[in-house]
Design a protein around this ligand. Structure first.
Ligand SMILES: *Cc1c(COP(=O)(O)O)cnc(C)c1O
Length: 244
């Protein structure tokens, strides 16, 4: 990795514009409104200075997969800024250990990777202490590979019912990753399965819940994800071309 400089700012700005345009193009190709799709800029590959350059380029929602890195970066921004308007929103996209909930929770605006009832209970308790609700997505595994992260469908269903009954948690939808090295047709089938599961859950839970978010699609497969209804695309590598 190289260190931040005016040159890296330029590269990152170009990358950001290119990714935004590709996402808009994928939305139009799918007959969708580009405004429905939020890009999460995944900053886990780079240090805080390069992360800030992405934020300055216009990427206001940043994703980290490790809680410690999320809170370190979020605290760095807090120390530099007094105006909350100039702060990024942080999404936690990787596994959250229960002993890290308290420390990370104040900085997280959405958790993509809820994966157990015990974790949900810990977050519920911490949310009550803070007097807030946390928007969450349940991470599901729709690949054939049971060693991958995310819950199999039956477990995801049970967790959804439990989360729906937790006042501190706001269930907004599902997150998933497609199989590595699968064909684009197979990837689309997997993303389609996630959307269908979300639709069934929404029908089961009823109008008191709003499962309007589907977090799927990364640098290599966001076009397929958008075609299948993704509203949150988690893009890392493509934003750091020329940097990593
Ligand atoms: C790293 C990561 C991404 C970004 O993937 P790229 O292929 O670099 O775009 C997306 N989602 C999760 C959960 C990740 O850990």
């Amino acid at each position: 990795m190289i260190t931040a400089s005016p040159q890296t700012a330029k590269v990152i700005l170009d990358n950001w514009f290119r990714v935004e345009e590709r996402v808009r193009e994928a939305a139009r190709a799918a007959g969708r409104n580009p405004g429905e799709i939020q890009i999460i800029g995944v900053s886990k590959y780079v240090d805080i200075e390069l992360t800030e350059q992405l934020f300055q380029a216009g990427c206001s929602v940043l994703g980290e997969n490790r809680p410690q890195n999320l809170w370190n970066k979020a605290e760095w921004f807090l120390q530099r800024n007094t105006e909350s308007a100039a702060l990024p929103h942080w999404h936690l996209i990787g596994h959250l250990q229960r002993n890290k909930v308290k420390r990370v929770l104040p900085h997280v605006s959405m958790l993509h990777s809820l994966d157990s009832i015990r974790l949900a209970e810990t977050i519920e308790g911490a949310c009550q202490e803070l007097g807030r609700r946390l928007p969450v997505l349940i991470e599901v595994n729709v690949t054939q590979d049971s060693t991958k992260t995310g819950l199999m469908i039956d477990d995801a269903w049970r967790l959804a019912e439990s989360v729906a009954a937790s006042p501190g948690l706001e269930l907004r939808g599902l997150m998933a990753m497609a199989s590595l090295n699968a064909s684009f047709a197979e990837i689309r089938r997997e993303f389609s399965e996630v959307r269908q599961l979300r639709d069934r859950l929404q029908a089961e839970l009823g109008p008191g819940h709003c499962l309007d978010q589907l977090s799927m699609g990364m640098s290599g497969d966001f076009v397929e994800a958008i075609a299948e209804g993704a509203t949150l695309v988690r893009i890392g590598t493509s934003l750091w071309e020329g940097i990593l």
